[in-house]
Design a protein. Structure first.
Length: 161
């Protein structure tokens, strides 16, 4: 269980790349544009980056918690799905940033690329927690999915363990 969570943590680090990039661009735009008008409202160029960073941090928190729960329920052979989901999150946040800068009518596409996988992860986690394995919700016991022999019809537990 702990190795799965460490694996999730490593994947989560790569999902922070668009947020860090957004912070850098926000800082540079604040430095460049606020020097022209230091006591007025921020310009649109600065406000776009600030909103992107704030929304990305909120979505990253939701994404990371869903990914951590998902890593505890996934079978061992499908754990390679975690880096794919992380890459999808990072690329979709960058697409959202680009479409957010273009205009309001385009940003729904980028947000959908971020939100729909997050929603599907949430539904999958709730399904596994409440339907498939409700007895494991608050315990850290081994899952029956970790043992491929358990699914066989002729499986009998050995008396020696």
């Amino acid at each position: 269980m702990s190795s799965r969570l460490v694996y999730t943590l490593r994947c989560g680090v790569f999902a922070t790349f668009p947020i860090v990039l957004g912070l850098l661009v926000y800082g540079l735009s604040l430095l460049c544009f606020s020097s022209l008008r230091p006591f007025e409202e921020p310009r649109r160029e600065v406000e776009i980056h600030r909103q992107y960073v704030a929304q990305s941090v909120q979505l990253f928190i939701l994404y990371f918690f869903n990914l951590a729960v998902l890593s505890t329920y996934l079978p061992q052979d499908t754990l390679k799905l975690l880096p794919l989901l992380t890459g999808l999150f990072a690329i979709s946040r960058l697409i959202y940033w680009l479409t957010f800068a273009i205009g309001r009518s385009f940003r729904g596409f980028g947000y959908g690329l971020t939100f729909l996988p997050l929603l599907s992860m949430l539904v999958w986690n709730l399904y596994y927690m409440f339907v498939v394995e409700p007895e494991r919700m608050f315990t850290a016991t081994e899952s029956r999915l970790d043992y491929p022999d358990y699914a066989r019809s002729d499986y009998r537990p050995r008396p020696w363990g």
